[in-house]
Design a protein around this ligand. Structure first.
Ligand code: FES
Ligand SMILES: [Fe+2]
Length: 351
């Protein structure tokens, strides 16, 4: 397996299970997500014990998941509750998955349920905080989740892939630095006295700041396992302290990326942006979301085509340049976690 499974992944957002079950494959496991008794979120194998139909094609009735084929009623403990005209006591149980609704997302633990500890779900500074606003979306992308981590831990690609919005030549002219703190990998780049690219001009304008003056720009990418990349980005009027500039001299935000493997070569990519300026401005949230959605769609084609190339020529070696250090370090952390789950040493996993 190329991904850790004894960990929490974002499975979906609450709106996706508002009125019907959702079938979604996570780490290779087909899972049906739905709201069980008292509206609590539940996750069971997407497999009806009767004839193997996907339970997610059914519906929810009074907290029970009803198979859409012949009406079997499944409980959130994986045991059949009822089936018209049948005695169900001997029906085999199906697998259930630990699942928690928190911070505006539904989190699932695809591995050993005995190890699931909800205190391991990351704290999100912006969730349930009136000083922050959040907008985001979901893309399905046919690539290994680690290719997306590489993409986000090295923003040099912005100059080329996102040339009309956030890209600018100063990005690849400015070296980035990478450091590791425990399981966290941090890549940062600071560009001083530059012209803001179009996206940031828009953000400066929205924040009541001039857009025609030089700015200091920063990008600080943080990877934490299994596959979260949170990126602090922003611009400040030049010479006001950059990242540490007072709030009234800058426009900044947090790019949020939760990358959930669907299979070894496809992902559910939950992207978003959290900001702590003008949090009440819903029109601004919508326009940032639209802009970010377009920017992230530009990565999609590149990643899917890269994955196709890698599948076609699996034996070809890839270069590891200094701009790739963040992704390389993140993979080291991931390899260590997978080896620990499998009870083997990292040295063995590397061979
Ligand atoms: S397959 Fe589900 S009730 Fe028959
Ligand atoms: Fe990108």
């Amino acid at each position: 397996m190329t991904f850790p499974v004894d960990t929490w992944y974002v499975a979906c957002t609450p709106d996706e299970i508002a009125d019907k079950p959702l079938g979604r494959r996570i780490c290779g496991e087909p899972i049906a997500f739905y709201r069980g008794p008292e509206g609590r979120v539940a996750a069971v194998e997407d497999w009806c014990p009767h004839r193997g139909a996907p339970l997610s094609l059914g519906y929810v009735d009074k907290g029970k998941l009803v198979c859409g084929y012949h009406g079997l009623e499944m409980g959130c403990d994986g045991k059949t509750v009822h089936m018209p005209g049948q005695r169900v006591r001997g029906f085999p149980a199906i697998r259930t998955y630990p699942v928690v609704e928190r911070h505006g997302f539904i989190w699932v633990w695809p591995g050993d349920p005995a190890l699931a500890d909800s205190s391991l779900i990351p704290e999100l500074q912006w969730a349930n905080n009136p000083e922050w606003a959040y907008g985001g979306g979901l893309y399905h992308i046919a690539c290994d989740y680690r290719l997306m981590i590489d993409n986000l831990m090295d923003l040099t690609h912005e100059t080329y892939v996102h040339s009309t919005s956030i890209g600018q030549k100063e990005i690849d002219e400015t070296p980035c630095t990478t450091r590791t703190e425990g399981d966290t990998v941090i890549t940062s780049r600071f560009m001083d006295g530059i012209e803001a690219p179009p996206f940031w001009k828009m953000a400066l304008r929205a924040n009541g700041l001039p857009e025609d003056q030089p700015v200091d720009r920063w990008q600080i990418c943080r990877f934490t396992p299994p596959s979260h990349v949170i990126i602090e980005v922003g611009v400040a009027l030049a010479g006001r302290g950059g990242y540490d500039a007072p709030r009234e001299a800058k426009a900044s935000s947090t790019v949020v990326d939760f990358i959930t493997p669907e299979t070894t070569t496809s992902i559910w990519y939950f992207w978003g942006m959290a900001r702590n300026f003008k949090p009440e401005d819903e029109a601004l949230t919508a326009s940032i979301r639209e802009g970010q959605g377009k920017i992230f769609a530009e990565d999609l084609e590149m990643l899917e085509r890269q994955q196709k190339n890698l599948l076609q020529w699996p034996g070809r070696s890839l270069l590891k340049l200094n701009i790739d250090t963040g992704g390389v370090q993140a993979r080291r952390v991931i390899d260590r976690l997978i080896a620990a789950e499998q009870g083997t040493s990292v040295a063995l996993a590397a061979n």
